[in-house]
Design a protein around this ligand. Structure first.
Ligand code: AMP
Length: 241
């Protein structure tokens, strides 16, 4: 049976399965809500949120060799080559805070990345893939309006979640900036890249039993988060009710 559920709990999850660490993969096009829900989800489940995009941006800020290599690909809206992503990600999930599970945001993005992750995870974890769906027009509107604090990372949206002062963070007073790759021409390119290289992963995970859950991101934010919680295996969803 192919495990594609719109929402609701996987009824056949075994006890042994629910005792394994939970690994949640947030999938979907840029701007579909992965980053928005990752933080609250991490807080609710008590497991870290790991965004490969954030890890690259930290490397760029710190001017590491990896950051310098990644920047050229990111600025053009292209994917960073798999070998650079895999080492960085596997180093991160080897840390002690990931022992009890973790949330992946922006990884995997290609079939080779998904296969490498499968090999690493084997059957040691309980895997859930949440696929966030949103039409392209809504994506462009969301992404081109988003801004974030340079210092604390708090996200805002010029139209949907505006800061009190246009360019200053409500939380810490830091400067609000737009990501270079959130400009319209780059986001269009990122969407193309998503369709060509990442969308095939939906089929890949649909073939794994009861792993893939669809999330309708057109709904209001609180409702989407509710659907996210409902899509988790019962023991994890119940823990936060
Ligand atoms: P994000 O913040 O997830 O939208 O990622 C921003 C950019 O970082 C992407 O457009 C890619 O250039 C790069 N990136 C992030 N994660 C990956 C990944 N798993 N594979 C390849 N490139 C990635």
């Amino acid at each position: 049976m192919v495990g594609v559920l719109v929402s609701g709990h996987a009824s056949m999850t075994s006890r042994a399965e629910t005792q394994k660490p939970l690994v949640v993969i947030l999938m979907g096009p840029p701007g579909a809500g992965k980053g928005t829900h990752a933080g609250p989800l991490s807080g609710q489940l008590g497991i870290p949120h790991i965004s490969t995009g954030d890890l690259f941006r930290e490397n760029i800020r710190a001017e590491t060799p990896l950051g310098k290599q990644a920047k050229g690909f990111m600025d053009k809206g292209n994917l960073v080559p798999d070998e650079l992503v895999l080492d960085m990600l596997f180093d991160r999930v080897a840390r002690v805070d990931c022992k009890g599970g973790y949330i992946l945001d922006g990884f995997p993005r290609t079939i080779p990345q998904a296969k490498a992750l499968d090999i690493r995870l084997a059957d040691k974890v309980q895997l859930v893939v949440l696929n966030f769906n949103l039409p392209d027009a809504a994506i462009i509107e969301r992404v081109t309006g988003r801004i974030a604090c340079k210092d604390c990372g708090r996200p805002f949206h010029k139209k949907f979640d505006p800061p009190k002062n246009e360019s200053i963070c409500d939380a810490c007073g830091g400067k609000l900036i737009q990501r270079d790759d959130d400009k319209e021409e780059i986001i269009r390119k990122r969407l193309e890249v998503y369709r060509a290289q990442t969308e095939p992963l939906i089929h890949y995970y649909a073939q794994q039993k009861e792993v893939l859950k669809e999330i309708d991101s057109r709904k209001e934010k609180a409702q989407v988060f509710h659907d996210v919680m409902e899509a988790l295996p019962p023991i994890h969803a119940a823990a936060v009710r």
